[in-house]
Design a protein around this ligand. Structure first.
Ligand SMILES: [Zn+2]
Ligand SMILES: [Zn+2]
Length: 135
């Protein structure tokens, strides 16, 4: 496969992710991109996402659903998983957080992945989502 084609695919995927806050999965991105680029395969999307993560151009977000979610936000931040709408939201991470955690001698922090779960502000304010959709 020619290199320029690979670069083009990677640029395409990066553009689809840029500025997004919804932490899409590879399947989600593939579904969106295949509407415009029907020849783009899921394995190609997977391969490029993996490569971008390896190169440090893309981050992954932890999620209790067991699926890898991709995150273009490379600054350290925490995530909030809503157990109702299954959305993964960004939260700012307190700067001195790692300083407040007592490490054992010799331990050195290289990355922080903090995941909180519960109900997001939208779901928390709804008592019955079914009653809401009927109105
Ligand atoms: Zn929610
Ligand atoms: Zn994030």
């Amino acid at each position: 496969m020619p290199t320029n084609r690979q670069t083009k695919q990677r640029t395409l995927i990066m553009q689809a992710l840029q500025g997004r806050l919804d932490h899409p999965t590879a399947e989600q991105l593939h579904r969106e991109l295949s509407a415009e680029y029907p020849h783009l395969g899921l394995s190609t999307v997977y391969r490029n996402l993996e490569l971008l993560v390896q190169r440090g151009e893309l981050a992954t977000a932890p999620s209790p659903d067991g699926v890898v979610h991709f995150d273009p936000n490379l600054t350290e931040h925490a995530h909030f998983y809503c157990t109702r709408c299954k959305r993964l939201l960004d939260l700012p991470l307190p700067e001195q957080l790692t300083e407040q955690i007592t490490l054992r001698p010799g331990q050195r922090v290289e990355a922080v992945q903090l995941l909180l779960s519960g109900q997001c502000e939208e779901c928390g304010s709804k008592t019955d989502p079914q009653a809401e959709s009927q109105s």
